[in-house]
Ligand binder design. Structure first.
Ligand SMILES: Nc1ncnc2c1ncn2[C@@H]1O[C@H](COP(=O)(O)OP(=O)(O)OP(=O)(O)O)[C@@H](O)[C@H]1O
Length: 290
């Protein structure tokens, strides 16, 4: 494993992890650039967590190389947290279990994720979404170059999921950190992602969300759910929602009444498809009404 200056935050080449007599993952190439959001998807046991851990140095690879930017700061929110939610502990206390921070820094971090009012709340009283936000705030205290989030929407309902991914994307834009996400939630997460790596012990396919969703390997792995994600990606807005609820179509004076209840003005058509490459900092959050 090497640690040196590189343009990328992390550059993994041909990485394999061998444990208990088998390769958990093999031949994984993964490059994470500054400010990029990259999502690892794949079935249970396909090696997503192992790959993320190998990327940040928690797991030692048995093949390949991992190069990290010098002084890389990582904020890691693991899938299983060593915090017993049943023990009495305030949100503020949980925030400082592993990182020192004063009250105003903690307050600002909680404010950033929309739960400043909960600083004195007991962790066991938080909803699933609030708990995930507190974990995000805790990871951001380190001012990371890379935020690694292993299944960040556990215990969160669908609308909470959408809001959380929006928040993650906003944090990337405002803090400039890259994000490595692990997720099962194909269609929601893909709308917020610059690049997707689909794993099944090896990299089945990788690229922009739209190219991965359309790839045969991905479709074979996810079946009907893949088609659903693709449908979302192929859904291009061909209309504008006016403030009074009517819909305007380009090049015509036709108006209709819409039911979406949100405003797409200024969005380019096909905005739901973001190709691989540099992240579009500050871009308007996209959504997936179909
Ligand atoms: N230290 C280890 N020793 C042996 N096997 C391991 C070890 N760590 C993980 N595994 C196995 O490696 C495989 C990949 O695990 P990993 O947690 O990376 O998968 P995942 O894609 O993140 O799964 P999930 O979606 O269920 O969280 C699993 O079969 C797991 O049981």
């Amino acid at each position: 494993m090497r640690q040196e200056s590189t343009d990328a935050l992390i550059d993994m080449r041909g990485v394999g992890v061998f444990r208990a007599g088998r390769w958990l993952v093999s031949a994984v190439d993964l490059k994470i650039g500054r400010g990029e959001i990259i999502t690892l998807i794949g079935p249970n046991g396909s090696g997503k967590t192992t790959t993320a851990k190998a990327a940040i140095g928690v797991v030692r690879p048995d093949a390949g190389t991992v190069t990290r930017a010098a002084d890389l700061v990582v904020g890691y929110v693991p899938q299983k947290l060593a915090v017993d939610r049943s023990l009495p502990m305030t949100v503020t206390r949980m925030m400082t279990l592993t990182t020192k921070a004063d009250a105003s820094t903690i307050g600002a971090a909680l404010e950033r994720v929309g739960i400043a009012h909960l600083h004195k709340a007991q962790v066991h009283d938080l909803s699933g979404g609030e708990f995930q936000r507190a974990l995000l705030a805790r990871a951001m205290l380190r001012r990371p170059d890379l935020l690694v989030l292993d299944e960040p929407v556990q215990g969160v309902d669908f609308s909470g999921e959408v809001a959380l991914y929006e928040l993650i994307s906003e944090l990337r834009d405002s803090e400039g950190c890259a994000v490595l996400l692990i997720s099962h939630d194909l269609h929601v997460v893909m709308a917020r992602t610059d690049r997707v790596l689909c794993l099944n012990g090896h990299v089945c396919c990788a690229g922009s969300p739209s190219s991965v969703a359309a790839s045969p390997a991905y479709r074979q792995l996810f079946g009907a759910r893949a088609a659903e994600a693709l449908a979302v990606y192929r859904h291009h807005h061909d209309h504008t929602h006016l403030p009074d609820g009517r819909i305007a179509y380009p090049g015509t004076s036709d108006h209709d009444h819409g039911a979406c209840g949100h405003d797409h003005r200024g969005e380019p058509h096909g905005a739901a498809v973001k190709e691989a490459g540099a992240p579009a900092a500050g871009r308007k959050a996209e959504h997936d009404h179909a």
